[in-house]
Design a binder for this molecule. Structure first.
Ligand code: FAD
Ligand code: DLZ
Ligand code: SF4
Length: 511
């Protein structure tokens, strides 16, 4: 029998992986490697690296216990070539293997490196997802617009999740989003923080390595509490279903100072690395609904995020191809301001989101979309710099999921593949959904002049500078009519104030 290498990447830590299914414990050798090419292609948050390395080391042990021969390279191994193709080649030399197999990586960059690498490597589809590339392509074929809602209904039918015996959606409605927009509650004392895990020996060893090698990077390594094995991820899921799922729907779009997680699941970190699968996560939520422990709006909303949004986003990444992350349809080119890295800004909402991100390698969806994302789009930041920032700072970020969310949904740089209109809002939205404005140096009620909230100024600046593109969009007509009703002197003052504010930001002043 030919001896082959079976590559398992850092975000492929699932027991049921196509490459492992295709490999043979009798003849093949699993290769796993901690390498600089992966830690440094962008300067990932140290917590993300620590989480992955610890989870990788434990996965290697599980595979060994399961009867696999595993060649595992630690980052500080003096022989480490520091690239995945390099480690495959070294393993081939050592074992006599002449070819490798793997599961398709979630980034075009790494797919190309493996396909063009020195060792013949065959990649099998990543069937840990519900929707294959071919199925998504077939769904997208001939459609003028790739609306997530229609895709989601297909996935509901396909899985049978929240469907009744007649093939109708549970409760006769496909989507309960309308019920899921409650503003920040006054009291969130019942929101439970995600389940925390005390670092064990493996995690401690990795934390020391990451501190020594990546300690100077953006992001804090302190207070590491993430789970790093499937059993822990499952306990975190059960904990969230019990404590927070019931309120997840109601307050999905809310933001509260000092509550970085609110009722969110904090499960994408585990799911994207392979420690949890879409089915068990959805089933845990649906079972809570069946037991009468969580309402339909919460459970449907959650299931939609997983079999709808998550699968749709991945479908778009692979459908649109390797150039997708480079798109810049709005021609935005402003550099990222320093406060995206430090949180040092008078904008309370941005400060909260950036500080939480630095501390936890996590921010919830509405902070990502309506605070930092919204700001980036309004201020005309270069979408590639914005995208790189998101890839660096979040522990759940891999390009397949990060790029369509950032370049597409949040920055509209794909020209409307993911979003039918740009996700822009003035300060009023943030004020309605959060308590941040109450603690802010700016005044959200002030639209122009001294102390005006920058989101108010930049909102009109954005609409004004992109008028030719958006004024005929039926969902944006109202915005332009409101703008046109303002008297000309006020419009000029808003634009002048917005430009002065942007100039101060670009000059590096505290804004
Ligand atoms: P919850 O809010 O509790 O949602 C439950 C689950 O639904 C998540 O765990 C996730 O698996 C899934 N989900 C929800 N929305 C999306 C979505 N739009 N795309 C994919 N999955 C989704 N998600 C990532 O996993 N990685 C990223 O790099 C990432 N970057 C983002 C960047 C921007 C600008 C935006 C607007 C969204 C991004 N998202 C990303 C989607 C979403 O914000 C995160 O999945 C979510 O915040 C993760 O936290 P949670 O587990 O507490 O999610
Ligand atoms: C994100 C990441 C990091 C930081 N380090 C490694 C690593 O050292 N070894 C590895 O196999 N994978 C790592 N990863 C995950 C890969 O970057 C990921 O597989 C690709 O980005 C494709 O999704
Ligand atoms: Fe953010 Fe404006 Fe509110 Fe300040 S006033 S928190 S900048 S929306």
């Amino acid at each position: 029998m030919v001896r082959r290498l079976v590559l398992v990447l850092g975000d492929q830590l699932s027991d049921d992986l196509s490459a492992l299914r295709e490999g043979s414990k009798e003849t093949d050798v699993v290769v796993m490697a901690e390498v600089r090419a992966e830690t440094d292609y962008v300067a990932h948050h140290p917590k993300k690296i620590a989480f992955l390395f610890a989870a990788m080391r434990k996965h290697a042990e599980r595979l060994r216990a399961d009867g696999w021969e595993v060649r595992y390279t630690k980052l500080d191994d003096p022989e480490n070539t520091h690239s995945i193709p390099g480690e495959l080649l070294r393993a081939a030399d050592a074992t006599g293997a002449t070819e490798a197999i793997g599961t398709e990586p979630g980034e075009f960059r790494l797919i190309a490196a493996l396909e063009d690498g020195p060792l013949p490597t065959h990649l099998f589809p990543d069937d840990r997802f519900l929707c294959s590339h071919a199925e998504f392509e077939a769904w997208a074929e001939g459609r003028k617009e790739l609306r997530m809602e229609w895709f989601y209904r297909e996935m509901r039918r396909k899985t049978g999740l929240l469907m009744d015996a007649d093939g109708k959606p549970e409760g006769d409605r496909w989507n309960y989003d309308h019920d899921n927009r409650k503003p920040a509650p006054d009291d969130v004392s019942d929101a439970s923080a995600p389940m925390r895990f005390t670092p064990d020996e493996t995690v401690e060893e990795v934390l020391a390595l990451v501190k020594a090698q990546f300690g100077n990077r953006y992001g804090s390594l302190d207070d590491f509490w993430l789970g790093t094995e499937p059993g822990q991820a499952r306990r975190a899921l059960a904990h969230w279903v019990k404590h927070n799922l019931p309120k997840f729907g109601d307050f999905q779009d809310a933001m509260v100072t000092g509550e970085p997680y609110l009722y969110h699941a904090v499960l994408s970190i585990y799911m994207n690395a392979g420690l949890l699968g879409w089915r068990e996560v959805c089933e845990a939520a649906v079972e809570a609904y069946r037991r009468g422990e969580a309402p339909i709006n919460a459970v449907e909303g959650f299931v939609r995020q997983i079999i709808g949004w998550r699968e749709y986003i991945r479908g778009v990444y692979f459908l649109e191809g390797p150039n997708y992350p480079q798109r810049n349809e709005l021609g935005h080119d402003r550099n990222l301001p320093e406060f995206w890295w430090t949180g040092e800004t008078d904008m309370r909402c941005v400060h909260e989101a950036v500080r939480a991100t630095m501390d936890n390698a996590y921010a919830h969806h509405i902070q990502r979309l309506m605070v930092t994302g919204n700001f980036g789009l309004l201020a005309g930041l270069d979408p590639q710099q914005v995208s790189e920032w998101y890839l660096i700072v979040y522990a759940d970020a891999y390009e397949w999921v990060e790029a369509p969310n950032v370049v597409g949904m949040s920055q509209f740089a794909d020209g409307g593949v993911v979003a039918s209109k740009p996700y822009v809002s003035s300060g009023a939205y943030i004020d309605r959904m959060s308590d941040h404005c109450q603690h802010c140096a700016y005044s959200v009620k002030t639209k122009v002049g001294k102390g005006a909230c920058p989101f108010n100024l930049l909102y009109w600046h954005f609409l004004n500078r992109h008028r030719a593109r958006f004024e005929d969009n039926p969902r944006m007509g109202n915005m332009y009519r409101t703008w046109d009703r303002m008297d000309a002197a006020r419009r000029d003052a808003v634009i002048a104030d917005a430009e002065a504010w942007l100039a101060r930001m670009e000059a590096g002043e505290r804004v």
